[in-house]
Unconditional design. Structure first.
Length: 345
């Protein structure tokens, strides 16, 4: 017999509370206790609250394995991101986990590391243990995503595939505002430091840069930073300075931070001699100088995506839901007037 390891209760049997005890103490049926943990949306908030308070008092923990066998519901969802080390994702992950916690679900987190083969492997590992999937910045091809969507409820973040529920952070307005801001500061030659070629966000931002630059008569060059990271941003600095541009918009804040480090190593002062704009607004206030950037609502994306997934899992509408989150430019200290070129005598 298992005995209590606490010194004050040494030698006393440890009694594991049962669902029947929780039901009796709550004044409800065993089925209601089960639903309070597996299908809380079927009960009133007051009933769910009372059952869970009694469960905590008694030390009752629902058996997820037994519940999966009896109901077919595992109590888990999967969230797979393209790069867990990118500062864009932690706020998204935290918000997604909070929304899942509120529904009594656990989150299995996977990191594909920008590798579609690894993402496919993770989906395969998770799909037998979860009730739904959220794929954030997925690098899988459309065929694979559509196939997975037939197997489990699925929501995409920053991947626009018709017929599949998706949450899209529309950074195009913020990027257009960034180009306008640089133009007003006198910059006429700008670089876009691009991200992954298969990234929906990268395509959206690159197109927004091109459209707004053409409208304002600016010259734009593209410089790759792949995969997007601090190091690739830093290494891009030499090519960017050699090109003669006076400002750059980076695919994300991490690339922008690396670019500013590379510029500092080349004795190029920001913003006196060069202006830098990031995207996502996850590092803006921590860089030196503080980074002008496009605010992307990453936390909202995680919360909304899990909410849409829960709706699907509970029999709600799936498929053609295209939820867009707007963005805006946040001006800080990394952008300034274009440097004046002195004419040679």
């Amino acid at each position: 017999m298992k005995r209590d390891s606490d010194g004050g209760g040494k030698g006393r049997p440890s009694i594991v509370p049962t669902i029947s005890q929780v039901a009796k103490a709550s004044g409800v049926s065993r089925a209601t206790v089960s639903r309070a943990f597996s299908r809380p949306e079927m009960l009133t908030e007051e009933t769910v609250r009372r059952v869970k308070e009694v469960a905590v008092k008694l030390g009752y923990v629902p058996n997820q394995v037994a519940r999966a066998l009896s109901t077919g519901r595992h109590g888990n969802v999967a969230l797979i991101v393209s790069d867990v080390a990118n500062p864009f994702f932690p706020p998204l992950i935290r918000a997604a986990q909070l929304r899942a916690d509120q529904a009594g679900l656990c989150v299995f987190l996977g990191n594909s590391d920008e590798d579609p083969a690894r993402e496919e492997l993770l989906v395969g590992r998770f799909i037998g243990q979860v009730e739904g999937l959220v794929l954030a910045s997925s690098r899988l091809d459309e065929e694979h995503i559509r196939r997975h969507a037939t197997r489990r409820p699925l929501v995409l973040i920053n991947r626009d595939i018709e017929g599949i529920t998706r949450v899209l952070i529309d950074t195009a307005p913020g990027v257009a505002a960034a180009i306008a801001h640089l133009a007003e500061l006198g910059h006429r030659h700008i670089a876009y430091v691009s991200g992954p070629t298969t990234s929906w966000s990268n395509q959206q931002r690159r197109n927004a840069v091109r459209r707004e630059a053409e409208k304002r008569g600016l010259k734009v060059i593209a410089v790759p930073a792949r995969p997007p990271s601090y190091d690739t941003g830093r290494l891009a600095a030499t090519q960017i300075v050699a090109s003669g541009v006076t400002a750059a918009i980076a695919f994300d804040d991490l690339v922008a931070q690396g670019l500013m480090a590379g510029l500092a190593a080349l004795d190029v002062e920001v913003p006196k001699s060069f202006s830098v704009v990031g995207c996502d607004d996850v590092l803006g206030e921590t860089t030196y100088p503080p980074l002008t950037t496009v605010s992307a609502r990453c936390a909202d994306a995680g919360d909304v995506a899990v909410g849409l997934l829960l709706s699907q899992m509970n029999g709600g509408v799936s498929g053609e839901i295209r939820h867009k989150l707007n963005s805006h430019l946040v001006i800080r200290a990394s952008t300034g007037p274009a440097p004046v070129k002195r004419r040679s005598r």
